[in-house]
Design a protein around this ligand. Sequence first.
Ligand code: PLP
Length: 392
Amino acid sequence: MIEEFDDLHPETVALRAGTRPTPYGEHSDALFLTSSFLVDDAEDAALKFSGQAPGYTYSRFGNPTVTAFEERLAALDGAERAQGTASGMAAILAVCLSHLKAGDHILASSGLFGATIQLFNAYLTRFGVEVSYVSPTDPSAWRAAVRPNTRLFFVETPSNPLTDIADLASLAAIAHEHGAMLVVDNSFCTPALQRPLAFGADLVVYSATKYLDGQGRVLGGAVCGSKVLVDPVYLFLRTAGPSLAPFNAWVLLKGLETLPLRMKAHSENALKLAQWLEVQPGVEKVFYPGLASHPQFELAQRQQSAGGGVVSFEVKGGREAAWKVIDSVQLISRTSNLGDVRSTITHPATTTHGRLTPEARAAAGINEGLIRVAVGLEHIDDLVKDLARGLP
Ligand SMILES: *Cc1c(COP(=O)(O)O)cnc(C)c1O
């Protein structure tokens, strides 16, 4: 973490880290919409291009607005360095292509974000990278599945949509015993609720598109970790191109300012909604890490400062009943996106997980009656009233 922010609280860091006024003395962060930068003379150009002198040359390599976002996020995550990327998927791709080679093996948790599975299975395997999947909740399964060529553990916690919690400290220990690194997709919790590096993770990736922006405006991503591990990611990005756009970085920089407050409010609303759902006669089961009934409640309490914004629940009556709930809402947005101040609702079995075979879906525990709500910041009473409309 940046030294001077060590003693400050996240709410303060979110507002103050990464800010570097220009000679104009602007109070809000400047937006540098420029593709390239001037140099003083030929020698200055040579020094900057070779990396011997600090400074900017071209925005694919770096841009002051992007740097401001990176420094603020690094400070929040307790990371030595953060690297912005064009999207969450660009962050995951950049980690894999900068740290893996043909013949290496990824050990990943089952139930990852769909595009991540697609990237691993359909693309990385073409270049000779092996991939296998294990349950996020069973560290012994990870130990058993390690291969001599395992280089990378990849996990999301809580998982989507069933909110399984992975034990980060145990997975980090197992990975390190075998010379592998632990990469955590922390898009759901964000550094406001969970800081995976503190539990031994080596790299953290974000879809900044979700809660870091929090208002559904831009695509973006990031990779956080030690300088030694993030530098190769930077070199890949500046060469391959999926760099974070300055405008998006500027929007994300503003998003970070309210992140600790928003995540707290998302979690409070989500907990209240989950508690209400738990006592509804038409609801079979509720999945939320902040509920004492969650199978890994204690682990979640240790790892996360709150449960986050995503609540899933199963209604009685299968697909028909679930679709009725979704079709009856008048306020909550029908969309599969999440991480927005506006609440969203989706039916995982026929949307985000619709391409899985029925057997794979059943194995993943995604039933036809399952509904996922990404709880936003509307008043809880309005959300409850809206969901009650179609409940069996
Ligand atoms: C959305 C998401 C991604 C992909 O991020 P994009 O910004 O859409 O590329 C990766 N992981 C998780 C957990 C996500 O929710």
